[in-house]
Design a protein around this ligand. Structure first.
Ligand SMILES: Cc1ncc(C[n+]2csc(CCOP(=O)(O)OP(=O)(O)O)c2C)c(N)n1
Ligand SMILES: [Mg+2]
Length: 563
């Protein structure tokens, strides 16, 4: 940008794109609309600095921006049109909120002259997004653009990170103003107090059966390294909260598994029996606590330490002996600096690790394609820097249980449980890290919620390997159905397209795999393909999860009804 820019009159659109450049934006995801033509035109001017990635549906765009935010720690940027564009994008905003991911959604808005008349596609975004974003505002005057964009960036990354929504009335985008750019934003975080860190050390020194759960948002690579050093120096057993498994290298001897849906019963027992529970980063939501039953509310029976980025989260559900509001990098650095305590629990940590390793051994399943073997193969085959993404559905259980995530941002999964996340987040991951292998997992139901983004993968040569686990149904819901209404199947069966042929129609490599033995050679072909590739894995519907089968669930439910 020329130094004289601040002295020139610029349109709201130009001011906005210039502000994005000031804040270091290099990529934006969106679907165009006539409501933000002026901004698009400013992107045209700046296309050397910012790549505008065209997506095929705003749900895909918002999910890609969310994945960008997770991967980089900088706000993911998403542009959508008013009304239908904004409503489509909402899924990614909700995920960013639940996953504490920095993201800024920009929405073209009706002219201020006609607002409040329910003009064409008009929505009041403050009301619509009120519960899903850290801040929702409308920029009514071009003079305010630098200030409000600066505020949006500060908010998105500070405290508990999350999404911000800004509406851009059309007349503001074309109006001109002479106003200087603002400086670049900085992240603001709370630091742990020295007294609190000493108290933590004393609590550790007095403990006999400590247990650490790591999770939540606001992490970076250095923070993960520091946390690992702290945990190793104290031989602490560490588990990860739901879909936060990549915060701690799963190959380390004191990683003991994840605390999530379908968790290892051995971990559950260890948490219940612990005398000191230290939660570093997670909110301890429903999925991490077995529907709020794992830890007593409001007063855990163990000594309880909760460290979280957002002060509003502390004491919300769980009272604690030590509640600390701190950024994760700030806390982890302070924890690493603590003098290690004597760790009489070394053997117990080793035993917990052995339980985890046993839990990771492939299981037998009905049918000719065993997902536990497929994931075990990938665990050995994939380079450590690979990124694995997934959406929601039982298919993800296999990945979470049998893979070993090797460190920060090797996993992208929505803790919001949103279907349709795996495909767009996989595309975003490949755009952000073209040199890292990206494997995107989806169920057959899950895939078709954002499968259109295969076109984006093709358009930008994003060589993702998509793996669609096809069981011909919304399996998760069918499983719950069998458990609560055995034999009364409704609304869950799917007649699917030929996914491999669909991939080929997008210009990608596509294959169907229906046995475990066929997976390895098919994977190698996908790996070596010149384009992105899709492998459709046809699994036996009865193979509903690593722990049980659909028929066993139904039989049990029927037996329960009789008794
Ligand atoms: C956007 C969205 N809609 C609905 C749901 C509810 N839901 C959770 S899992 C699931 C079924 C997933 O089916 P599929 O992707 O085929 O995976 P499977 O469970 O069969 O492995 C549904 C409908 C959801 N989580 N997200
Ligand atoms: Mg399915």
């Amino acid at each position: 940008m020329k130094p004289a820019d601040s002295l020139l009159s610029r349109s709201g659109g130009q001011l906005l794109v210039d502000a994005l450049k000031v804040h270091g934006v290099d990529m934006a995801f969106g679907v165009p609309g006539e409501s933000y033509l002026s901004v698009l035109d400013a992107f045209y001017e700046s296309s050397k600095d910012i790549r505008f990635i065209i997506c095929r549906q705003e749900g895909g765009a918002a999910n890609m921006a969310e994945a960008y935010g997770k991967l980089t720690g900088r706000p993911g940027i998403c542009f959508v049109t008013r009304g239908p564009g904004a409503t489509n994008a909402s899924i990614g905003i909700h995920t960013a909120f639940q996953d504490s991911t920095p993201l800024i959604l920009f929405i073209g808005q009706v002219d201020t002259e006609v607002s409040e008349r329910e003009a064409f596609q008009e929505i009041d975004y403050r009301r619509m997004y009120g519960q899903m974003a850290k801040w929702v505002a409308q920029i009514d005057r071009p003079e305010r653009v630098p200030e409000m964009i600066s505020h949006a960036f500060h908010l998105a990354v500070s405290g508990r990170p999350g999404p911000v929504v800004l509406a851009l009335p059309e007349d503001m985008q074309t109006a001109r103003a002479t106003v200087a750019n603002k400086g670049r934003y900085q992240r603001v975080a709370a630091h742990p107090g020295a007294d609190d860190m000493q108290k933590l050390r004393e609590m550790l020194a007095r403990a006999e059966r400590p247990f650490v759960i790591v999770g939540g948002g606001g992490w970076n690579k250095k923070a993960c390294d520091d946390l690992q050093a702290f945990a190793q120096a104290n031989a602490l057993p560490v588990a990860a909260s739901y879909r936060c498994q990549d915060l701690f290298d799963n190959r380390l001897p004191n990683y003991v598994g994840d605390v999530a849906v379908g968790m290892n019963p051995a971990i559950e027992q260890r948490i219940r029996n612990s005398d000191l529970l230290v939660a570093i980063g997670p909110r301890l939501g429903e999925w991490t606590t077995i529907n709020y039953t794992l830890i007593d509310i409001p007063r855990p029976k163990q000594k309880f330490v909760h460290v979280h980025t957002g002060v509003e989260e502390l004491g919300r559900v769980y009272q604690g002996d030590l509640l600390m509001n701190a950024g994760m990098p700030e806390f982890a650095a302070a924890a690493r600096a603590l003098t290690p305590v004597k760790s009489p629990w070394v053997e117990s940590t080793q035993a917990a690790r052995a339980e985890y390793e046993a839990w990771q051994k492939p299981v037998t399943v009905p049918g000719s394609l065993n997902m536990s073997e497929v994931v075990a193969f990938l665990r050995k085959r994939l380079p450590a820097e690979s990124i694995l993404t997934n959406g929601a559905g039982n298919f993800s259980l296999w990945v979470h249980r049998f893979y070993q995530y090797t460190g920060f941002r090797t996993q992208l999964g929505p803790t919001s449980g949103a279907m349709g996340y795996g495909v767009p987040s996989g595309v975003a991951a490949k755009l952000v890290h073209p040199d890292r292998p990206v494997i995107a997992f989806a169920g057959d139901g899950d895939f078709l919620m954002n499968g259109q983004e295969l076109a984006t993968a093709a358009q930008y040569d994003a060589k993702v390997i998509f793996i669609v686990v096809n069981n011909g149904m919304f399996g998760t819901i069918r499983m719950h159905q069998e458990r609560h209404y055995p034999g009364r199947v409704i609304g869950t069966g799917l007649r699917n397209p030929d996914f491999a042929a669909l991939a080929r129609a997008y210009g990608l490599h596509g294959e169907i795999v229906d046995t475990t033995a066929a997976f390895e050679p098919a994977f190698e072909r996908a790996w070596n393909a010149k384009t992105a590739a899709l492998l459709e894995l046809r699994i036996e519907p009865d193979s509903i999860s690593p722990r049980t089968t659909l028929s066993a669930i139904r039989a049990q439910a029927l037996a329960d009804q009789k008794s």
